[in-house]
Write a protein that binds this ligand. Structure first.
Ligand code: SAM
Ligand code: SF4
Length: 475
């Protein structure tokens, strides 16, 4: 395969984001009645993916009473379908060289204040060992867009990560967030055994997109918009979409995420595996205030957009990152966020190396600086069940969120037991005394709530095995 970045080809590609229609829905659904809003929430609770007109109606339901009903609807949906599990992961920054000029990102090519760094193999290994020592099992590897980080490089670094085993530690699922590849490149990356490939469109609003991506391959809106189609064509079943909130009106971007979902559903018969909605954060050498000027998303609107997404696309995993503060993250878990990162460090090489200047190698600055151990303890104390499960992906059950959602009893049969087993492993191998106590209490609560029967007996048996030192058991 030819090395370097793929050639950008946009011939024949059309946008599936109908700007005009989005504006029209947002206009036509203004001032909805409480009746209509309730009807839409009910449709969502009946497990229907919503229509753009329905999402626009929820966006326009902005009286405090209606917003509270939307929040309550999202909480109810989360409880009914997904239960209280929260999957934990960590980002691993492999290299911050980049040829693009994304106005908001510390890694952009013309940022002279950022320290450039690409991990050498031994440094990559040291980072993974440090992450394993914390107890992580799932990573998302993040790369700038640069000829150095081509498909072959991503493939090789992912394989390298899977090879690292320290003590009881191992990485069982690697997801990737990198620039869009061509079909051949995606095929190669798939061969390394990745989980999800994420590409965030940043802004679905083309004019805004073209303004903030002035040069480099990323300046081609359509190449990026169709990136995950190529991933699917290459056989990657789990893809993650996202929009960077703060570049343009969040109402439009949230509608854009829904249209992207519908496009994937229509073309491939399966929607995105996950949706991300990072908010713009300060970055070294970058004037973020100037970029978000008109479109900064308040905490309140941020909560609204997450609750609306939960209701609109009930079968998809929602990811929230350490970009957000602890308080806000805790609140939003109840709305249906299913994955969070814990103990994240986003400087290149900053898990294994104490560097007071690490922020200069970072893409942006974090809002939640708690350790994984603290995050886990607080999750348990708030009644959530932390999970490091990678069972579905390794049993070939791709599209697991869809199954959780569509197959009655799936969560009870697979997800909860796997969460308990992986969490028990974590507690035995890595937790501090205090976290161990909170964790065991949470597991005991979980077991108490589980109906008696063969499934519970099987789980108890495997829990005994975990306590005796057996690892990596799952259903
Ligand atoms: N270079 C690849 C790309 O741009 O697709 C992948 C890695 S990039 C570092 C991952 C994501 O970080 C971007 O898609 C963008 O949404 C997000 N990001 C960039 N700058 C940010 C900032 N200042 N605050 C929050 N998120 C940011
Ligand atoms: Fe490069 Fe990605 Fe940052 Fe843009 S967002 S400058 S492509 S690393």
């Amino acid at each position: 395969m030819k090395r370097g970045l793929p050639k950008v080809e946009t011939k024949g590609l059309k946008s599936f984001i109908p700007d005009h229609e989005i504006f029209q829905w947002l206009e036509e659904t203004k001032n909805p009645t409480a009746e209509r809003v309730r009807e839409i929430i009910r449709r969502s609770l009946d497990k229907n993916r919503l229509h753009p007109e329905e999402m626009a109606t929820l966006i326009n339901a902005d009286s405090p009473e209606m917003v509270e009903e939307i929040f309550e609807g999202a909480r109810e949906l989360k409880k009914r379908i997904y239960g209280n599990r929260i999957v934990l992961f960590a980002p691993l920054y492999v290299g911050n060289e980049c040829v693009n000029k994304c106005a908001y990102c510390g890694f952009r090519v013309d940022n002279t204040e950022v320290h450039r760094k690409t991990l050498l193999t031994e440094e990559l290994v040291a980072e993974v060992e440090a992450l394993e020592d914390l107890g992580h099992k799932r990573l998302i590897m993040v790369y700038g867009e640069h000829p150095k980080y081509d498909a072959q490089y991503i493939h090789d670094t992912v394989l390298e990560v899977y090879k690292v085993k320290k003590g009881p530690g191992e990485i069982r699922r690697v997801n990737v967030n990198a620039a869009p590849l061509n079909v051949e490149g995606f095929k190669l990356v798939k061969e390394a055994g990745i989980g999800t490939f994420q590409i965030f469109q940043e802004s679905y609003h083309r004019e805004t997109y073209e303004r903030v991506h002035a040069a480099g391959p990323k300046s081609h809106y359509l190449w990026r918009l169709h990136g995950l189609d190529r991933a699917m064509d290459a056989g990657i079943d789990d893809v993650g979409i996202g929009a960077l909130m703060g570049l343009y009106d969040w109402r439009f971007e949230t509608m854009g995420l829904l249209y992207h979902t519908i496009h994937l559903e229509e073309k491939f018969n399966v929607g995105p595996h996950t949706i991300s909605f990072p908010r713009l954060e300060p970055a070294v050498g970058t004037d973020i205030d100037k970029i978000t000027e008109k479109h900064a998303v308040s905490d309140y609107d941020f909560k609204r957009l997450v609750a609306i997404l939960r209701l609109a696309v009930p079968y998809t995993g929602l990811i929230l990152t350490c970009r957000e503060t602890t308080e806000l993250r805790n609140e939003m878990l109840a709305f249906g966020v299913s994955q969070i990162d814990g103990g994240s460090s986003i400087g290149v090489g900053s898990y294994s190396e104490e560097d007071p200047e690490a922020f200069k190698k970072s893409q942006f600055l974090l809002g939640d600086n708690r350790s994984l151990d603290e995050v886990i303890r607080e999750l348990c104390d708030a009644g959530f069940l932390p999970s490091f499960c990678t069972g579905c992906y390794r049993k070939g059950r791709t599209g697991e969120h869809f199954m959780e959602f569509a197959i009655p009893g799936f969560v009870k049969r697979f997800c909860t037991p796997n969460a308990v087993l992986t969490f028990l492993e974590y507690l035995n191998d890595y937790a501090s005394g205090e976290t161990l106590k909170s964790g065991l209490t949470q597991i005991a609560r979980e077991m108490e709530n589980m109906p008696e029967g063969q499934a519970k007996e099987e789980l108890k048996e495997r829990m005994e095995q975990v306590r005796a030192g057996v690892r990596d058991l799952y259903f």
